[in-house]
Design a protein around this ligand. Structure first.
Ligand code: XMP
Length: 509
């Protein structure tokens, strides 16, 4: 395994994903982990990530410097390199100007990390400080016009530093550099596959749960479905899933999910219909946070009541993914303000005193999909676009009632139908419709109409942290607008959302 020490870079998850793409397991930990913990992990190599701090700031993140004496290869990237050089006796100077963007890298030694890389290649820089003087034993291996020490190595100790970011795709041969580090320098082997993960994980779950009972909140999304399959393979009948129909799902979604889940997962599933409870509590509520809180609370009540019927359950399983774990223990403590209170299905009935089982907590979304394939999960479930726990409630801006839900469901169905038809469903991260709380004037036949407006949102993204609006073909947009206005009574205008995240978010509420 490779240990990645997180100094707060926005790219740290990208480093991890790059490493795993080479089928090498890696783990991201904060800098304050102690040396005994690191030794116990037995890493084949350590990567020090970049970060927004300057090494001279008082509270800049630091890790135990004895990592440089473990005899384990270390690769410092940007801030990580500066931390290493400063710790080993070199100096870092504050640059007068930040260097940001492309820089032509001139490689002096076409070996080590640069084996097989052209002598002149594009690199991606994002730094304020630079290395001024190297410690004894280090030499310069590459430079750019503005940065003399753009790459360095201590050959005997296997310590490497890169001022630029090999993990971002703008660094043309970044992947080759990381590959050289993993296989030539650290001697890693390609053993991390979802096949081996499934085998180990099933054995581990079996050992943890034994002959006890486990409950899981199933939403029909890929994460909870894969979690269910893994656990079912491990403990069979001792797993009971609970699916709560909150009345905020897409058209026929509950029925469709029920069918697929029953058909493809021969798992004990309890379907609980709680539509009326949710709709009643949401009546006249327009504030997005209030909506989320109400839905979260009722979900937990309904879930708990159902779970109590399952006698002797000791464990609660959740489909938590690695990005949630990384963010919650990041150096800077994750997001400082709550932007939206996320209600994740299965999210925690605290007083139930159940022990948590989170078999996907070291996986990224794309790995979960591969794992789903490995476990022969239904293709439709594997590729189902993410759907938020609060469902259509946060896509109906303003009041939620049966009529507005019905309008949005019809619109949404047309949109998804067409998105699938042009083959974009898998290509984009999410596509959905939003019902606005305003009306506009239109003309149909010879009559004036005064009806609802819907917005179409389609985004591309890797992980929902950032997203861009999808450049859907104009012809296609025209077609769905036509179909929606002609087929859905109550809608006379369609608009397309062209905002990216940030500064907007994916969902409107
Ligand atoms: P935002 O709107 O924050 O959404 O850019 C990022 C991703 O999260 C999904 N989302 C949710 N998922 N419960 C969920 O399980 C929620 O409360 C929730 N709110 C947003 C959203 O669909 C997008 O994929």
């Amino acid at each position: 395994m490779i240990l990645i020490i997180d100094f707060g870079s926005q790219y740290n998850q990208l480093i991890a994903r790059r490493v795993r793409e080479f089928h090498v397991y890696c783990q991201i930990d904060p800098p304050d982990i102690d040396i005994a913990y690191i030794k116990n992990l037995k890493p084949k190599g350590i990567i020090l990530s970049g970060g927004p701090s300057s090494i001279y700031e008082k509270n800049s993140p630091k890790c135990d410097e004895s990592i440089f004496n473990l005899g384990v290869p270390v690769l410092g990237i940007c801030y990580g390199m500066q931390f290493m050089i400063n710790a080993l006796g070199g100096t870092v100077k504050r640059a007068r100007k930040r260097e940001y963007g492309f820089a032509e890298l001139k490689i002096k030694e076409p070996e080590g990390l640069f084996k097989g890389v052209d002598q002149i290649t594009k690199s991606w820089m994002s730094h304020g400080d630079s290395i001024e003087k190297l410690p004894r034993g280090f030499r310069i291996t590459a430079s750019t016009k503005n940065t003399k020490i753009a790459a360095t190595v201590h050959g005997k100790k296997n310590l490497y530093g890169l001022q630029f970011h090999p993990e971002v795709h703008h660094t043309a041969r970044g992947k080759a550099m990381l590959r050289n580090f993993l296989f030539d320098v650290c001697g890693c082997r390609r053993t991390w596959t979802m096949k081996s993960f499934a085998k180990d994980s099933i054995a581990q779950i079996r050992e943890t749960i034994g002959d006890k009972k486990v409950i899981l909140g199933l939403s029909g999304g890929v994460d909870s479905s894969v979690t269910a399959l893994l656990i079912h393979k491990a403990v069979g009948k001792n797993l009971t899933c609970i699916f709560v129909d909150n009345g905020l799902l897409r058209k026929n979604e509950a029925e469709k999910l029920k069918k697929t889940l029953k058909q493809h997962l021969e798992i004990n599933i309890r379907f609980v219909s709680a539509k009326t409870k949710f709709l009643k509590a949401l009546s006249k509520v327009t504030d997005p946070e209030k909506k989320r809180k109400i839905i979260g609370k009722i979900f937990i009540n309904v879930f708990e009541a159902e779970a109590r019927k399952i006698k002797g359950a000791d464990f609660l399983a959740q489909g938590t993914l690695y990005p949630d774990i990384i963010e919650s223990k990041s150096v800077f403590g994750g997001p400082t303000s709550v932007i939206k209170s996320h209600h994740n299905v299965g999210g925690l009935p605290k007083n139930m005193k159940l022990k948590l089982v989170e078999p996907l907590k070291y996986l990224f979304k794309d790995e979960v999909r591969i794992l789903g394939k490995e476990l022969r999960l239904d293709e439709n479930l594997i590729w189902r676009q993410p759907f938020p726990g609060p469902g259509l409630a946060i896509r109906i801006i303003g009041e939620i009632n049966k009529r507005r839900l019905s309008i949005l469901r019809e619109v949404d169905e047309i949109l998804l139908d067409e998105i699938r038809n042009i083959g974009y469903y898998k290509k984009i991260w999410q596509s959905f419709a939003v019902l606005l709380p305003i009306k506009s004037v239109g003309v149909m036949g010879d009559s004036r109409t005064y009806e609802n407006i819907v917005a179409i949102r389609a985004v591309t993204s890797k992980d929902a942290m950032t997203a861009d609006w999808a450049r859907l073909p104009h012809k296609f947009l025209g077609k769905i607008s036509n179909r929606i206005i002609n087929e859905v009574t109550g809608v006379n205008r369609v608009v397309y959302d062209i905002s990216s995240k940030p500064p907007s978010t994916i969902e409107w509420e």
